[in-house]
Design a protein around this ligand. Sequence first.
Ligand SMILES: [Zn+2]
Length: 81
Amino acid sequence: MPRKVRIVERKLKRQRAVGRVFLDEGIIEIEQRQKPREWLSTLVHEALHVAFPGMEEKSIAAAERKIADILWRASVRRIHQ
Ligand SMILES: [Zn+2]
């Protein structure tokens, strides 16, 4: 996997996913039309897949909920530049 992960915002609805990760290519694709809270949660989810490849989905989902909640309550938000 490349050292730097590229984050690509896309419309993914047709794939029935809000986020996807390609570990070999180092790419996170994220559905761009999510609400801010969901967008943050999805990004955390995919980042966890990058950080812990092979971790089971159940553990990823549990960590996603906790981390996204903490970040959200700390007012972490996406800004468009
Ligand atoms: Zn997942």
